[in-house]
Structure formats: C-alpha cells, structure tokens
Ligand binder design. Structure first.
Ligand code: MLT
Length: 269
C-alpha cells in the first residue's frame, strides 16, 4: 500500500507491504521507491517492507535550498513514528546509505542493523564538491538533460547496453523530478560529513555491500577502508556495478536477505 504523511508542511510518500519484522529501504539519488520492486516481491512474504521516497524524489515534496542527509533522516523517522515502528533494519542504496548513516548517528536506538548498499561513509572530496556545484548549475538550466546523462553512468560500462530498457525506465521516472528536488539533493550530499566513525562504532551490526564493477565508487579504496571496520560484514559482489538491484539482483538480494535473517532469524514458513 502506498501512503503519504505530512512532514514539515510537505508530503512524504512511502510504501508499506508484507508482514513481520521491519526492513526499511532507502533509494539513491534520482531514484524512488519503485527501485525496490524486486526486493518487495521476494521479501514481503515474511518481512514488513517500508520504502520511503526521500525529499524531492518520487512522490515526496521538495522543501527548500538543500536537503541535508540529516533532514532526510528526519523524514524517515517521521514515517517510522507514524507507523509506530520502534526499531528496524535500514538498507540504503548509495545516497540512501548516506541517509541511513545520518539516521544511525541520530537515532541509534531505532536500528537493529544497517546495510550500506553500494554506498560508503565518506564525505565528498574537494573535486567531488566542485562536481556537485557544476551539476547543480546544469540542473538549473536543463534538469532532463542532466538526468539523461547521469543515469547510464551509474551502470558498469559492460551493462549499459544490456540494461538499456531498465535505464530508460529509470530515466523516465527521474525526469519527473523537479530541478529543485535534484539540486537540493546535490547540495545536501555536498554538505554531508564523514561518518566512518558512525559505522565503526555502531551499536548495531552493519553490512557493507559493494560492487566490484562500480563506476562511481573506488572499490580498492573501499576494500582497504573496510579492513579497519571490525563491526562490518563486507560483501563485494563481482558482477555488480553501482546498480546491483538491476545488474546483479539475485546476488545482491541474497546478501541483504542473509543479513536480515541473521538479525531477525530465518523465516518460519
Ligand atoms: C547515488 O547513486 O545515490 C549517487 O550517485 C550518490 C552520489 O552521487 O554520491
């Protein structure tokens, strides 16, 4: 079921499916709750799945000049409060992972576990911050052009032809976003702080799913960083780029399902 709540005078849309212990799924930049269709189908038989459209994305409103990761985390908390959910596992894809870590820092008691799904805990480099400024400018001139150019680049090069239709679908959905919503997220990501420490000292288990073919995350750097995270279970999927929910959906689902079952116990069928 798709629902809406009012949060800070705006609308936040989310879906609520299945029964059982709660897994909350957060999409990445330019995405929406629709990205989780496969996960919903496979898990809803025995888990309750809440997917939230982050501010400015999908059916959720844009709020202003920037959507910080903390602000987005507050929107997620408002959904949990509405549903009277006291604790859950959060899975965050890329930008959704940044939001999950901001949530984990602010509300650690609300988490049974956290999955960084093709994401990482680091702040933007100086070069990346400049890229964000350039992107925000481009978005103000031609948001659809920005969306059309950006989405294919999230896929590993070898998949860009194979998943052409999926790419078109993602583009069609993202083209509906307002320039404001896209730019607000860019500015929010630019401003985010490093949260490696949150991940290292989290009082809940953390899983870090990475794609060996990810074109936008430096996998060698991440693997090195992950060695010092004693709290993390790291899974590098050899056939995934950044968009494992399409490029390697079975394996990436298997990784998440394994982690969820480890925390909640295997489902009784
Ligand atoms: C995403 O997929 O959410 C973004 O590419 C993350 C980012 O730009 O840092």
């Amino acid at each position: 079921m798709v629902k809406n709540i009012t949060f800070r005078n705006g609308k936040i849309r989310y879906s609520d499916r299945g029964n059982g212990r709660v897994v909350l799924l957060l999409h990445g930049f330019l995405e929406s709750i629709e990205m989780w269709q496969y996960f919903n189908r496979k898990l809803e038989g025995y888990r309750r799945l809440i997917c939230v459209d982050l501010p400015g994305h999908g059916g959720s409103d844009s709020y202003g000049y920037e959507h910080t990761m903390e602000f987005m985390a507050e929107a997620v908390k408002a959904v949990l409060n509405t549903e009277q959910i006291r604790k859950c596992i959060i899975v965050g894809h890329s930008m959704g992972g940044y939001v999950a870590l901001a949530f984990g820092e602010k509300y650690p008691d609300y988490l049974h576990g956290l999955v960084l799904y093709y994401s990482h805990p680091f702040a933007d480099s100086l070069a990346k911050k400049k890229d964000r400024d350039r992107a925000a400018l481009l978005v103000s001139q031609n948001v659809q052009g920005f969306v059309r150019a950006s989405i294919p680049m999230l896929f590993a090069e070898k998949y860009r032809t194979r998943y052409k239709r999926n790419i078109q679908t993602l583009i069609r959905r993202a083209e509906k976003m307002s320039a404001q919503g896209v730019a607000d997220a860019l500015r929010g990501m630019k401003k985010r702080k490093d949260r490696e420490i949150v991940m290292h000292f989290a009082p809940y288990p953390v899983m870090w799913v990475l794609g060996a073919l990810d074109p936008i995350i430096n996998i060698e750097e991440m693997e090195l960083a992950s060695q010092t995270c004693t709290n993390c279970i790291v899974k590098v999927l050899p056939q995934s780029g950044h968009m494992g929910f399409i490029e390697d959906k079975q394996q990436s689902l298997a990784a998440v399902r394994w982690f969820v079952n480890k925390i909640y116990g295997a489902p009784v069928r």
